[in-house]
Design a protein. Structure first.
Length: 134
């Protein structure tokens, strides 16, 4: 707890409370991706579609008096995104950067919380067979 001296007396400014929180979500997206091949080294894509998410969360104060639990809340929505991929000549490897915006709304009429978000993925891809580069 933190106290401060104000108006000639000590007053409680803030109080630290302990507790726990657990949050789990599963996201399933399905849609269309259109890929462009301006040259053999780079490819670009735009994508969009529908999303479905299940959310489970649990919060509890350290003393156990305050708790909140949601189990498998469902959210539906849309996603839009873009991707850039750099291919390497005569190599099955490429590197990519993927940006996606998810907009999801709870299936419950009383809960209008946006459970979406902005995500960025970067990584390396390995292609098992020869791929089309143009």
């Amino acid at each position: 707890s933190q106290y401060g001296y104000r108006d000639g007396k000590w007053q409680l400014i803030s109080e630290e409370r302990s507790g726990t929180a657990e949050y789990t979500q599963w996201l399933l997206s399905g849609g269309i991706m259109v890929r462009f091949f301006p040259d053999p080294v780079w490819s670009y894509a735009i994508k969009g579609g529908l999303s479905y998410k299940t959310i489970s969360e649990e919060q509890q104060s350290g003393d156990g008096l305050i708790s909140y639990k949601t189990d498998a809340m469902k959210a539906f929505g849309i996603f839009l995104g873009a991707e850039a991929e750099k291919n390497f000549t005569d190599s099955p490897f490429s590197v990519f950067l993927d940006i996606q915006q998810n907009y999801l709304i709870s299936a419950f009429a009383f809960d209008k919380t946006n459970y979406g978000g902005f995500q960025i993925n970067a990584g390396i891809r390995y292609y098992l067979k020869e791929r089309r580069l143009e």
